[in-house]
Design a protein around this ligand. Sequence first.
Ligand SMILES: Cc1cc2nc3c(=O)[nH]c(=O)nc-3n(C[C@H](O)[C@H](O)[C@H](O)COP(=O)(O)O)c2cc1C
Length: 333
Amino acid sequence: MDLTATYLGLSLRNPLVASPSPLSRTVTGVRRLVEAGVGAVVLPSLFEEDILEAERREGMLLDQGSDVFSESLSYFPETAAPASSPEAYLRLIERAAGAVGIPVLASLNAATPEGWAGLARSMGEAGAAAIELNFYQLPADLETTSGEVETRLLEAVQAARAAARVPVAVKLVPYFSSLGEMAIRLDRAGADGLILFNRWLQPEIDPESGRALPGIGLSTPMDGRLPRLWIALLRGRVRASLAGSSGVESTQDLIRYLLAGADAVMTTSALLRHGPDHARSLLDGLMGWMAAHGLQRLADIRTRAAAATRPAELRSAYVEALRVANSQDQGPW
Ligand SMILES: Cc1cc2nc3c(=O)[nH]c(=O)nc-3n(C[C@H](O)[C@H](O)[C@H](O)COP(=O)(O)O)c2cc1C
């Protein structure tokens, strides 16, 4: 059975990708995911803030030295780079890409055009097969317009695309007034892939202390519905590859993404919940389903894909769903 897939112009042995998480933050972790069968691995994001912090720390060390030794400015102190420093990150790319035979992708969350460009270039040079742009910027300034947010994203993509020698994918959030139009503009700006969707980690309020707690949580299969809807809508309308991300818990969820038209399907929560070997059972399940439906190649799934989702049908499906739901006292929910 042929599960090979093409994503961002890369040839993958299968479409299942381990999305960024602590599982891929070491070479050992990346190896485990590869042994479990995934087609590609994405490293956790490097944040531009980490670089500014590393520079601040280096500056402090230089200042401390200059008070004590007059010759101290003639050397640069050896600092133990923390895992999140840019040097450590580039080393991780280099070592992971050298250790495994499948594509290793880097993930970048920058804050300035120079950050997007410079870091994307360095990541490609270090051996990343492609780069995910994790554009996680909450427009908490209430004066910021949607146009400004969109321009910032487009400029980031253009900067990274012009600098990187490898494909660049944008990890999107669904919170745009007109996501489809944004996707088309990103496509025209040179994005090689669109990942639908990133998971925004909203803080939660602790009722006891009244304080905000960092909100990290795992997804459920329901989280796959919105990205699948948008993948079905974008399929055939953009040149960029489409990756499904969110809510892949079982083989059923993986198949649903492929039927919607995803070129690659990503998973994090299920691998954190069940361990990296869960990837193997997702892939075995996919092969079992393909065999049961007489499909030999992954590409054959396209021929079974759900009919293109048309806006008018979406509206009538919504109206119908609520009409049925509101006419019952007890439903199947
Ligand atoms: C513990 C944890 C760490 C994550 N770290 C990153 C990250 O560094 N960069 C990123 O783009 N996404 C990160 N994510 C988001 C995942 O890559 C993924 O997009 C999201 O969890 C949705 O997929 P899922 O439903 O399969 O979990 C993280 C998610 C979790 C749960």
